[in-house]
Write a new protein. Structure first.
Length: 71
């Protein structure tokens, strides 16, 4: 029973990582260095922390990239 849960958790984790990689490619950053990508993400995390305006701005950009209108 425990192995099934572990296998399912591992598969879920793998799917999430693949989806995140797809976001990097969709953003046009596929060929950037990993250290740059990590720096961008850390910087964004710090910028949105407690800043609802910045969070909303970046969410709108992302939704447009997905071809959706902002909520």
């Amino acid at each position: 029973m425990k192995k099934i849960e572990t296998d399912e958790a591992r598969k879920k984790d793998t799917r999430e990582k693949i989806a995140l990689g797809g976001l990097v490619a969709k953003a046009g950053l596929r060929y950037e260095k990993r250290s740059l990508l990590l720096g961008l993400l850390i910087d964004a995390k710090l910028r949105i922390k407690g800043d609802d305006t910045e969070r909303a701005r970046l969410t709108e950009i992302g939704e447009k990239a997905f071809g959706r209108e902002p909520d």
